[in-house]
Design a protein around this ligand. Structure first.
Ligand code: CAA
Length: 256
């Protein structure tokens, strides 16, 4: 078992637990991660998911290089597709997914973080897409998601430079949302997940969907989808409660 799953109130903390290899991911780890995320998304008692790594050194140090050394083209395609299946599941999750990046987030580890909706990092975290140093390119979504998050210029610099950056630089270029002391990272991630958890759950998931879908639509199409989604919410129990609570000068209770 390479994944530890912990429930805290209505949050699920999923920990990649392969500390001896800095949480590097082979197919078994990827399958286990997929299954745990998938079951958390489908669990109606879970409102948000936090992904982190075991130990104090690494979030995920990437795809397993020792395994990749033995792959041929077919194996490479299967391994890439499996990693993309996991990153797509994370990005398309209807529940918010926060990466609590507690150390090295390199290669596939950075790509797992990029697929998450929010990235919180500890001060000691390090980021990079060092694939070119191995004669590879990012294969789990890095060439597609990184430019959307940090801009094309910063993404090109990171991907073809292959160098590692620290959490301050990651914050400066917008790769992470916030940086915390290492011993505060998980608590701060949990606090933020609770803030999200108090908001309208359907409004949160529909916001994520509209933002994700914006990559697939022109501005005009995206705006059309947004207004459809916006208007669909009126009359729903959740929206009625949110609007009524404001008018009645009380806090909305979306979980009644
Ligand atoms: N795959 C397999 N094993 C890994 C690993 C990886 N990605 N990263 C670290 N390990 C293993 C090391 O081999 C070592 O195990 P052994 O002692 O049994 O050999 C153990 O983890 C500890 O690592 P180090 O001794 O290297 O620790 P360090 O503190 O000296 O260095 C590090 C840390 C800079 C992260 C270094 O381990 C490193 O460079 N790792 C590789 C990072 C990398 O290139 N990741 C990208 C992989 S390619 C990819 O992910 C493709 C993709 O897009 C999907």
């Amino acid at each position: 078992m390479f994944i530890k799953k912990e429930l805290k109130d209505n949050l699920c903390i999923i920990r990649v637990d392969r500390e001896e290899a800095l949480n590097a991911m082979n197919p078994t780890v990827l399958h286990e991660l997929y299954d745990n995320i998938s079951s958390s998304i489908n669990d109606k008692n879970i409102g948000a998911i936090i992904i982190t790594g075991s130990g104090e050194k690494a979030f995920i140090a990437g795809a397993d290089i020792k395994l990749m050394e033995k792959l041929d083209k077919k194996g490479g395609r299967e391994f890439g597709a499996l990693g993309q299946k996991v990153t797509n599941l994370i990005e398309e999750s209807s529940k918010p997914v926060i990466a609590a990046i507690n150390g090295f987030a390199l290669g596939g580890g950075c790509e797992i973080a990029l697929a998450c909706h929010l990235r919180f990092a500890s001060k000691n975290a390090k980021f990079g897409q060092p694939e070119v140093k191995l004669g590879l390119i990012p294969g789990w979504g890095g060439t597609q998601r990184l430019p959307k998050i940090v801009g094309k210029g910063n993404a090109i610099e990171l991907i073809i430079g292959g160098h590692i950056i620290d959490s301050n630089e990651a914050l400066r270029i917008g790769l992470v949302n916030k940086v915390f002391e290492q011993d505060k990272l998980l608590d701060e991630s949990i606090s933020f997940a609770k803030i999200i958890g108090a908001n309208g759950p359907f409004a949160v998931s529909q916001s994520l969907k509209c933002i994700n879908d914006s990559s697939n639509y022109s501005l005009i199409e995206g705006l059309k989808k947004e207004v459809e989604q916006f208007s669909d919410l009126f009359g729903s129990q959740e929206t009625n409660e949110g609007l009524k609570a404001f008018v009645e000068k009380r806090k909305a209770n979306f979980r009644q």
